[in-house]
Design a protein around this ligand. Structure first.
Ligand SMILES: [Zn+2]
Length: 350
């Protein structure tokens, strides 16, 4: 049994004495945590185009972890906030069960996920926090304030799971458009006192894609930026490996919100294969080395060149799997109301 699983069972079972036990556990050296990274606008074939030399860290994740370069975005949207909302809620965008957040700018005054949905939307942050875990969101675009304002002291739901951990479900929210500074800031917090669940958003590939196109020819600005993002992933790996509190007990889950089109400066056309094809990499304790995630997962079907509709019978691996996967790794139940990986049956460890 993992320590976090223990934590969650304890927090469910006990009320008064669990506080003492949890604080004892908090000082142990075998806590496990998840760092979830979304590389905005990263095409998986950029990693291939850069090769081992140009993208040594992504290649290391491929070699030492389980991955696919043929994961999918949401079935109908290939833009940023709808897909990130899919990741944190493990729901599709549209329909009765969807999270319904289709806007892609800074949230308008008074708006939040729940008001827009006309119902409370649970999330990976809320489930982790309600179970007594520490959470964080480090983002590089201002519109990610959507998650902060949807799970703060005012808008977060009462915690009725075990001890009351409060309504603010994201313990630390930080925004910095400079991803090098953002990663440094995250690592300094993470190595000092690890978050149980942290989400990190790196905007770089998307910014260059919009400015210069998703051009994968050698020496292109887009590839140079993908290389920079590879370096940031390398910093994270080095941070994990040099921190005693992280080494050997941290999972890195890396995906993207969408790809982008070569020759244009956009990614909004949701029927385009290059927009809906994204990477999904998992690295950490128990993750088999060099495994194809589709081979590991008989419940998932490699979608080939398609992006199947929800409920069509063919279930690909999607970025929306991430929320419920992170909770499973932490020994926690799925996000209430979620529809993607709701059985937490995406297998990433032996
Ligand atoms: Zn994006």
């Amino acid at each position: 049994m993992t320590e976090s699983k223990m934590k969650s069972i304890l927090s469910k079972t006990f009320t008064c004495c669990s506080i003492t036990l949890l604080s004892l556990w908090g000082t142990s050296s075998f806590a496990e945590q998840v760092i979830f990274v979304s590389c905005d606008g990263l095409r998986p074939d950029a990693i291939t185009a850069l090769g081992e030399e140009g993208a040594p860290n992504f290649h290391r994740l491929r070699r030492e972890g389980a991955f696919t370069d043929n994961a999918r975005t949401d079935a109908t949207y290939t833009v940023t906030l709808p897909n990130h909302t899919a990741m944190v809620t493990s729901r599709g965008v549209v329909g009765k069960d969807g999270h319904n957040w289709i806007a892609n700018g800074d949230p308008r005054l008074g708006q939040n996920l729940h008001r827009n949905k006309k119902a409370y939307l649970e999330s990976v942050f809320a489930v982790a926090h309600d179970h007594g875990l520490r959470t964080a969101l480090y983002a590089s675009k201002s519109k990610f304030s959507l998650y902060d304002i949807s799970y703060d002291e005012r808008t977060g739901k009462e915690d009725t799971t075990g001890p009351d951990n409060g309504k603010d479900k994201i313990d630390v929210y930080e925004m910095n458009a400079d991803t090098s500074i953002l990663v440094d800031s995250f690592l300094s917090a993470e190595t000092a006192e690890p978050f149980d669940f942290a989400m990190l958003h790196l905007k770089d590939c998307d910014s260059t894609g919009h400015a210069e196109s998703w051009n994968l020819t050698s020496g292109s600005p887009y590839l140079a930026t993908a290389k920079k993002v590879d370096g940031l992933i390398g910093k994270l790996i080095a941070g994990i490996e040099t921190a005693p509190k992280l080494k050997g007990q941290t999972w890195l889950v890396v995906t993207a919100d969408h790809g982008g089109l070569t020759g244009t400066k956009g990614h909004g056309e949701s029927k385009e294969q290059d927009n809906y094809t994204i990477p999904f990499y998992v690295w950490g304790p128990g993750v088999p080395a060099g495994k194809d995630l589709y081979e590991l997962n008989p419940t998932r079907e490699n979608p080939g060149t398609e992006n199947p509709a929800y409920g069509s019978g063919s279930v690909p691996i999607r970025n929306g799997d991430a929320g419920n996967l992170a909770l499973k790794l932490l020994g926690l139940p799925p996000i209430p109301g979620s529809t993607i990986n709701a059985e937490q049956d995406l297998v990433v460890t032996d």
